[in-house]
Design a protein around this ligand. Structure first.
Ligand SMILES: *Cc1c(COP(=O)(O)O)cnc(C)c1O
Length: 432
């Protein structure tokens, strides 16, 4: 029972365990991973594959990192958890100090939670409670743009792209939010001023109902790996001020250097009113997230009945996660991360852009340590997934998108092998 062989393990997995967005009829057998180290995943049968996904944006320093391991073990030997109601501890406080150092300087109050989706729920509740505290309870709806992704919990789901998202299944029970088209102006390209018009129209008509505009700054991740123009954020910030609408930046995927800035908002030099971070906050060690807000929001909520912010998860401020997150942020800040990411960006660009001439490829785009190969048609997962592994890489496409966001510690020969694995797989599936 406790020493199951490969086929026994896979049989239980296949028949009894849900995976992300999975079906119990799935024809794709998941890889059984026994160990992860640096940029490599080790499969049960001794294959060593380069991880191009950083476990969904999170393992920025790679796996089994001695500094993070030590932070975890030290904290584990001290206390892995105590409740956060009425108690506090050094790991939560030290982490707060580090977060305050790196976020936009208007954001001074931190709410810890257990996952990205929950940090988005917290942000949305903060926005609603802020307007409630100001006697403007009619401002309880949200605006966002199409193509976004903010998590799988209920209200987070309501601001995900209505077509890619799960709106058609859940539409009768989801709160109805306001959607504007995503900007057509691309990152680094020309700004088309009409891209902001829909926001302006929406705010003029509905500002008395809208608590906040929520979006992923610069990079839309799971909604389509789309990089848009910084000016959109600049103009959005101005309109939010003008119409008394809060701005929530969901930096869960973009935070901690991924786009070349510590937070993607910095590309536009804007300060959001609320910012969510998650994914890479613990370097991929465990689930943890934070929502950071302005003093104005924290003070308004605290000054008015009920006088407390109404949220408090059981594992809030988990010391183990805080200790690892602290070590993770120090590792990042004490490294030459801007240079590292610029090099990754350059190499991704050089190695992936030749794919653009392939007949099955629509477009290649790169920003920071993110490389995207957009195909013309949706990829056949059953066919392509095992081929990536055969070519020594771990890539998990969705829809038409084959993409990678390597760990920052990936060296140039590893990144070369990763890009080669992507190219060889595309050639094997679609021809040269
Ligand atoms: C992944 C993600 C989330 C959800 O985070 P979970 O930890 O999966 O709940 C929310 N927003 C963005 C932008 C994300 O990339």
């Amino acid at each position: 029972m406790y020493n199951m062989n490969y086929s026994e393990l896979i049989a239980i997995d296949k028949h009894h365990i849900w995976h992300p967005y999975s079906s119990i009829n799935s024809p794709v057998t998941p890889e059984l991973i026994s160990r992860a180290d640096g940029v490599y995943l080790h499969t049960h049968d001794g294959k060593q594959i380069i991880d191009g996904m950083s476990s969904w944006w999170s393992a920025i320093h790679g796996y089994n990192h001695s500094t993070l391991n030590n932070a975890a073990t030290e904290q584990l030997n001290n206390m892995s958890h105590v409740m956060f109601g009425g108690l506090t501890h050094r790991p939560a406080i030290e982490l707060a100090a580090k977060i305050l150092d790196i976020v936009p300087q208007n954001l001074r109050h931190i709410f810890y939670s257990d996952s990205g989706s929950v940090s988005v729920e917290v942000a949305m509740k903060m926005a609603v409670q802020y307007w409630y505290s100001k006697n403007q309870a009619s401002k309880h709806r949200f605006a966002t743009m199409r193509g976004g992704y903010h998590g799988d919990t209920w209200h987070a789901m309501s601001v995900c792209d209505p077509e890619n998202g799960m709106h058609n299944i859940f539409s009768d029970s989801l709160p109805q939010q306001f959607f504007v088209p995503r900007p057509q102006s691309l990152f680094g390209g020309t700004w088309h001023s009409e891209d902001i018009d829909a926001v302006h129209e929406l705010f003029k008509k509905h500002h008395t109902e809208i608590a906040a505009f929520i979006l992923e700054p610069i990079v839309q991740g799971a909604g389509g790996m789309y990089f848009y123009h910084r000016q959109f954020l600049v103009e959005l910030r101005t309109l939010c001020n003008e119409f008394n609408i809060l701005l929530i930046a969901d930096e869960i995927a973009t935070g901690f250097g991924r786009t070349g800035k510590m937070f993607a908002c910095e590309h536009a030099n804007i300060e959001p009113d609320i910012l969510c971070m998650g994914k890479s906050i613990t370097g991929g060690y465990m689930s943890f997230a934070a929502t950071v807000c302005t003093t104005k929001i924290a003070q308004t909520i605290s000054d008015n009945a009920p006088g407390v912010f109404m949220h408090g998860p059981t594992f809030m401020g988990n010391p183990l996660a805080c200790a690892v997150a602290s070590a993770n942020i120090s590792l990042l800040c004490n490294s030459e991360w801007q240079d590292t990411i610029a090099l990754l960006e350059q190499q991704l660009q050089t190695e992936l852009s030749p794919l653009e001439s392939h007949s099955a490829v629509h477009k290649v785009r790169v920003l920071g340590a993110i490389g995207v190969v957009e195909m013309k048609e949706a990829v056949d997962m059953k066919k392509i997934q095992p081929l990536f592994v055969k070519h020594g890489v771990w890539i998990r496409p969705f829809g038409k998108l084959i993409y990678t966001m390597p760990a920052y510690i990936m060296n140039s020969s590893e990144l070369h092998n990763l890009c080669e694995g992507i190219k060889q797989t595309i050639h094997e599936v679609y021809g040269k």
